[in-house]
Design a protein around this ligand. Structure first.
Ligand code: NAD
Ligand code: TYD
Length: 353
């Protein structure tokens, strides 16, 4: 079986669902169920013996020791993290605890397990660390896209904590020989995305008749990748990636934020027109910028294409249409995740802007 950490979050849950749709190899899913973890994401697996869920922390060494000994996974994919830049600005502590200390403890637990393996089991074991393009820092409009050789120059508490985890993973390879792989991916979007990140927040706010907050001038650029494409890239790297290598994963799809917001408005105008005939664009509100806001991220994903034959299947046009439709079809999911804790966060992040 494989061990997935953070498999109740946005990308982890999509990964587990896709994995079990394509293979009968069981998944042990370890997730702390923070505000971002949601077992409803995995409801379709209820009663499915191929999915074993354990609530717990990647930094809990005795728990990891027990789980690894009992389930003997052939690979681990580490999605578990605190993942939201704005939250890291308001409270960096959890980011250091999970992304840095937690990753270090996880590496230690897995190293002890791996070192006790023998033969093919030991040779074939992999630790795949899921990271982000944000570790490379910010680009000017004319800079070339990030390659795997870029220096790590993180600018937010979130990206600094992820860069630290990437360094730890590298060190566990060089020092202990742990067979690691690292992927650095651009911004994901798609089903099950918690509505504190730009795309789901805009969809959810638009439908609720609320303002659509655009930070600063809205001309910050991100590369967007449909989450199912990220999942297929991870499966490919796990199957064929060279130990110790980093693979950048991206959608070849750079867009300024304001264009993303207007595209969502246009789709909603078509799929769920407002009663008064006005466009959702009238709800767009420019608000105070994020401190230290990175201007541009762009991923050069040619290494993974050249070496492993992976490319994204979705264009932004097809992926964003599917995403908007998913939110229209899953209003109950949206209602359930908008708990008291979610409302507190909206107050913390937007009230003073
Ligand atoms: P998410 O915040 O939606 O989910 C994170 C999951 O990890 C949650 O289920 C949470 O409960 C769990 N978790 C948090 N702390 C934990 C701990 N200490 N122990 C065990 N579980 C814990 O995040 P996501 O968007 O699904 O991102 C997953 C991974 O991919 C992260 O490592 C993130 O840095 C990386 N990534 C995300 C994006 C993106 O656009 N969302 C892009 C590139 C890379
Ligand atoms: P986000 O989804 O938080 O991802 P990241 O910061 O990891 O790239 O934000 C994507 C972009 O959208 C980023 O440039 C910040 C911007 N943004 C807004 O303009 N308004 C918002 O309310 C949010 C949440 C983000």
């Amino acid at each position: 079986m494989i061990l997935v950490t953070g498999g109740a979050g946005f990308i982890g849950a999509n990964f587990v669902l896709d994995w079990l749709a394509q293979s009968d190899e069981p998944v042990l899913n370890l997730d702390k169920l923070t505000y971002a973890g949601n077992l409803e994401n995995l409801a379709s697996l209820e009663g499915d013996a191929r999915h074993v869920f354990v609530q717990g922390d990647i930094g809990d060494a005795p728990l990891l020791e027990r789980l690894l000994a009992q389930h003997q996974p052939r690979a681990l994919i580490n999605f578990a993290a605190e993942s939201h830049v704005d939250r890291s600005i308001h409270g960096p502590e959890d980011f250091i605890q999970t992304n840095v200390v937690g990753t270090m403890r996880l590496l230690q637990s897995v190293r002890a397990y791996w070192q006790a393996l023998t033969g093919a089991q030991r040779a074939e074991f992999r630790f795949l660390h899921v990271s982000t393009d944000e570790v490379y820092g910010s680009l000017s409009p004319t800079d070339p896209a990030f390659t795997e050789n870029n220096k790590l120059e993180p600018n937010s508490p979130y990206s600094a904590s992820k860069a630290a985890s990437d360094h730890l993973v590298r060190a566990w390879l060089h020092t202990y020989g742990l067979p690691v792989l690292t992927t650095n991916c651009s911004n994901n979007y798609g089903p099950l995305h918690f509505p504190e990140k730009l795309i789901p927040l805009i969809i959810v706010n638009a439908l609720a008749g609320k303002s659509l907050p655009v930070y600063g001038d809205g001309l910050q650029v991100r590369d967007w990748l449909y989450v199912k494409d990220h999942c297929s890239a991870i499966r490919r790297v796990l199957a064929a990636g060279r130990v110790g290598e980093i693979y950048n994963v991206g959608g070849w799809n750079e867009k300024p934020n304001i264009e993303i917001v207007k595209t969502i408005c246009a789709l909603l105008d078509e799929l769920r027109p407002k009663g008064d005939g006005s466009s959702y664009q009238t709800q767009i509100t420019y608000v105070q910028d994020r401190p230290g806001h990175d201007r541009r991220y762009a991923i050069d994903a040619s290494k993974i294409e050249r070496e492993l034959g992976w490319k994204p299947a979705e264009t932004f046009a097809t992926g964003i249409r599917k995403t908007v439709q998913w939110y229209l079809d899953n209003q109950d999911w949206v209602t359930h995740v908008q708990s008291g804790a979610y409302r507190d966060w909206v107050q913390t992040n937007y009230a003073g802007r």
